[in-house]
Design a binder for this molecule. Structure first.
Ligand SMILES: Nc1nc2c(ncn2[C@@H]2O[C@H](COP(=O)(O)OP(=O)(O)OP(=O)(O)O)[C@@H](O)[C@H]2O)c(=O)[nH]1
Length: 395
C-alpha cells in the first residue's frame, strides 16, 4: 500500500472518530444538560450519519458493485438535511413541508433508479452532490438570516463560515470529478484514494461546523437568557427592571436634547375581586388581556411594561402630557369595551399620566405618576388623571 493511501486511511479513521465524538458531545448537551434538546439530538444524529457515510465510503475498495459507496453518498445527504432540521429547531423556524418532502422524494427516486439499474452510480453521486449543495445553500441562507436578526453581520458571518466552506468544498469536488477523474478510483466523497489535503480539510470542517453549531446554540441561549431577564413571563412585556433601565436612558436623552416623553402608570381596578371571584388563573388571563390591549393602543416605538402584579407602565415617546392623557382615555375606553372572559364584565383600569418635564429625575417621575394613579383610584377608578391635578383621595 502506498503512503498516500495509508495516510488517507488513517485520516479517514480520524474523521470517523471525530464525528462520533461530536455525536456523543451533542447527546450530552441534549440529555444531561437539557439544552435545546430537539436540535441537539438532531445535531448528534447528523454527526452519527456522517460517521456512517464515512465508514461506508471508507469500505468502498472492497465493494466492486459500488453499492455501499452510493448508500454512503445518500446517507451523507440525509445527514446534511438533518443538520438543516437541527438549525430550524434551534431557531424555531417552521419546516416548509414542500421543501422537505421534495428532498425526500428526490433521494428515494435516485436510490430506486440506481437499484433498478436505470441510472449509473456516477449519476446518483452527482445528484447527491447537487442536492447537498442545494440543502447547504438553503441552510446557509436560513442560518445567516436567523443569526443576523439577533447579532451583527460580522458575528453571523463567522458562525456561517463552516457552511460556506462545505459548499465550496462540495462544489469543487463536483467540478473536479465532473471534469477530470474517472470513477471508481476517485470516489466523489472522501474515499481513501482522495488526496490527504482534502481529508485534512474535512477534519477542519468537521471541527468547524460542530464548534460553530455549539457557538450558535450558546448564542441562542444567551439571547434567550437576556430575553428572560428583561421580560415578564406571563405577558411577554418588559419587566420592571428592564423598563427602569430604559426610563433612565430616555430621561438622559430628554435632559440632553429635550426630547419629550410621557409616562402612564396603570392599575387594573378591583383586581383582588376578580381573583377571589373567578380564581387565580382567570386573574392571570385578565392580566394577559390587559397587556394585549395596552400593546394595541400604543405605537410600536412606545414601551409597555408590567410593573408588578396588576400594575403596568407605558412610556410614550414624543408625547406631551395632554397627548398622553388622550391615549390614556383611549386605553380606558378600549378596555371597558372588550370582554376578557365570557361570564365576566369588562375590566376597568385607572391611569396616572405624567410628562418628563414635570420631574427632576426618573424616580420623581415615577412618584408623580403613582400619585396621579392614586388620585384616579380615589376619584372613582376607570379614568386617567394627569399629574399635578389636585389629589382628593381621602382615607
Ligand atoms: N392572578 C394574579 N393575581 C395577582 C398577580 N399579581 C398580583 N395579584 C393579585 O392582585 C391583587 C391586587 O389587589 P389590590 O392591590 O388590593 O388591588 P385591587 O383589588 O385591584 O384594588 P384597586 O387597585 O384599589 O382597584 C392581589 O390580590 C394580588 O394577589 C398575578 O400575577 N396573577
Amino acid at each position: 500500500m502506498d503512503t498516500l493511501l495509508s495516510t488517507s486511511i488513517e485520516l479517514n479513521k480520524v474523521n470517523i472518530l471525530l464525528t462520533l465524538l461530536f455525536s456523543i458531545g451533542w447527546i450530552v448537551i441534549a440529555k444531561p444538560l437539557q439544552l435545546y434538546h430537539n436540535s441537539s439530538i438532531r445535531f448528534a444524529l447528523a454527526n452519527l450519519l456522517f460517521a456512517l457515510a464515512l465508514l461506508l465510503d471508507f469500505r468502498h475498495p472492497d465493494n466492486p458493485t459500488l453499492f455501499l459507496w452510493v448508500i454512503a453518498d445518500i446517507i451523507l445527504l440525509i445527514s446534511f438535511i438533518i443538520y438543516n432540521l437541527a438549525l430550524r429547531h434551534l431557531f424555531r423556524l417552521t419546516i416548509d413541508p414542500k421543501w422537505f418532502s421534495s428532498m425526500i422524494i428526490l433521494v428515494s427516486v435516485a436510490y430506486v433508479l440506481f437499484l433498478a439499474g436505470w441510472i449509473t452510480p456516477e449519476t446518483v453521486a452527482v445528484m447527491s452532490l447537487i442536492m447537498v449543495i442545494v440543502v447547504m445553500l438553503a441552510t446557509l441562507k436560513m442560518k445567516f438570516n436567523a443569526l443576523h436578526a439577533a447579532f451583527s453581520a460580522n458575528i453571523a458571518s463567522i458562525l456561517c463560515l463552516a457552511d460556506v466552506l462545505i459548499i465550496t468544498m462540495v462544489a469543487s469536488k463536483l467540478t473536479f470529478w465532473a471534469f477530470a477523474l474517472p470513477l471508481p478510483q476517485n470516489s466523489l466523497f472522501f474515499s481513501p484514494y482522495n488526496p490527504s489535503l482534502m481529508l485534512w480539510m474535512q477534519v477542519v470542517l468537521i471541527i468547524l461546523i460542530n464548534t460553530t453549531a455549539v457557538g450558535t446554540t450558546i448564542s441562542r441561549l444567551i439571547v434567550r437568557m437576556k430575553y428572560l431577564a428583561e421580560h415578564d413571563q406571563l405577558t411577554g412585556l418588559l419587566n420592571r427592571r428592564a423598563f427602569q433601565a430604559q426610563l433612565e436612558y430616555q430621561f438622559s436623552l430628554f435632559q440632553r436634547y429635550q426630547r419629550p416623553f410621557s409616562i402612564l402608570m396603570l392599575d387594573i381596578d378591583y383586581f383582588k375581586l376578580i381573583n377571589d371571584t373567578f380564581g387565580h388563573s382567570a386573574g392571570d388571563k385578565a392580566i394577559v388581556h390587559t397587556a394585549r390591549q395596552l400593546k394595541q393602543q400604543v405605537r410600536q416605538s412606545d414601551l409597555v411594561a408590567r410593573f408588578g402584579g396588576e400594575e403596568f407602565i407605558v412610556l410614550l415617546a414624543d408625547q406631551s402630557l395632554t397627548e398622553a392623557k388622550l391615549i390614556a382615555d383611549k386605553i380606558c375606553q378600549s378596555l371597558s369595551e372588550t370582554k376578557w372572559a365570557d361570564a365576566a364584565d369588562p375590566l376597568t383600569i385607572s391611569i396616572g399620566c405624567v410628562e418628563a418635564s414635570q420631574a427632576r429625575d426618573p424616580d420623581q417621575l415615577l412618584k408623580l405618576a403613582d400619585d396621579a394613579l392614586y388620585q384616579a383610584k380615589a376619584n372613582g377608578r376607570d379614568q386617567a388623571v394627569m399629574a399635578g391635578s389636585k389629589v382628593s383621595y381621602l382615607t
